[in-house]
Design a protein around this ligand. Structure first.
Ligand SMILES: CCCCCNS(=O)(=O)c1cc(S(N)(=O)=O)ccc1C(=O)O
Ligand SMILES: [Zn+2]
Length: 259
């Protein structure tokens, strides 16, 4: 099987061949129709979403052929909001982006696409023993989605954007001797978000993700976005437009924490 990717020959429209769940009942991303999202105070209002991350003392970056990923080594937890009493542990973060500023995010808001989208992937450590054990369970994962828009530079993202160029090939890894606090990658407002039950947005597309997408975007500079676009994938092509288009909502409701 040709390795999945984002080209015409192996992109999202072909994934269903090897991953039939691509046409499943709870696929991601989705277009968030803001007027259809339901404010749900009891589930969401009672205990606010909360992150308690430990800053990384060094930064492990991996070019995994379809994105740039930062492997987390410290204990960081996400709790509250739609996650009930379960504690979800931060495993990694990565991004999706476009060749130009007018596209690149995976979720869209009333059809609007952002230039990029940052994903912080967590797994349910209250119920499962490892990420691998949790990844296929319906309540196994929780991913924070942060929209990225061109603007001022994000200082905490500098360690990634300044080192992208050194991860020349797929599989390339490097460890940067600097600290990184994942909390500083989040928007200032983490109270306003949409949430719904979905899936991984790349193969194997497991339907195991509680998605939490923040309303407030974060700004990255033009240079930081360009650094992402200069990454190369396993075929030596520029890695860009590595986003899956929105999937059908089917019988799902999107909830929101703000009016
Ligand atoms: C056993 C297979 C695990 C694949 C999923 N790994 S992951 O870290 O959740 C992930 C999530 C996502 S996403 N966009 O958050 O669904 C994308 C890629 C990956 C990945 O690194 O493969
Ligand atoms: Zn992702």
């Amino acid at each position: 099987m040709a390795h999945w990717g984002y080209m015409t020959t192996n992109g999202p429209s072909t994934w269903g061949k090897d991953f039939p769940i691509a046409n499943g009942e709870r696929q991601s991303p989705i277009d968030i129709v803001t007027t259809a999202a339901e404010y749900d105070s009891d589930v969401l209002g009672s205990n606010a979403l909360s992150t308690n991350y430990t800053p990384e003392s060094e930064v492990k970056l991996v070019n995994n052929g379809h994105s740039i990923m930062c492997q987390i080594t410290k204990k960081g937890v996400l709790t509250g909001g739609p996650l009930g009493k379960d504690e979800y542990r931060l495993e990694q973060f990565h991004l999706h982006w476009g060749a130009e500023d007018n596209r690149g995010s995976e979720h869209t808001v009333d059809g609007k696409m952002y230039a990029s989208e940052l994903h912080l992937v967590h797994w349910n450590a209250s119920k499962y023993s490892s990420f691998a054990d949790a990844v296929q369970k319906p309540d196994g994962l929780a991913v924070l989605g942060i929209f990225i828009t061109p603007g001022v530079a994000c200082n905490q993202f500098k360690v990634i954007s300044d080192n992208c160029g050194k991860l020349k090939t797929s599989g390339a890894e490097m460890t940067v001797d600097t600290t990184l606090d994942p909390t500083l990658l989040l928007p200032s407002n983490t109270s306003d978000y949409w949430t719904y039950l979905g899936s991984l947005t790349t193969p194997p597309l497991f339907e195991s993700v509680t998605w939490i997408v923040f309303k407030e975007p974060v700004e990255y500079s033009k240079e930081q976005l360009l650094a992402l676009r200069n990454l190369v994938d396993s075929d030596g092509n520029h890695m860009q437009d590595n986003y899956r288009p929105p999937a059908a909502l089917k019988q799902r409701k999107v909830k929101k924490t703000f009016t």
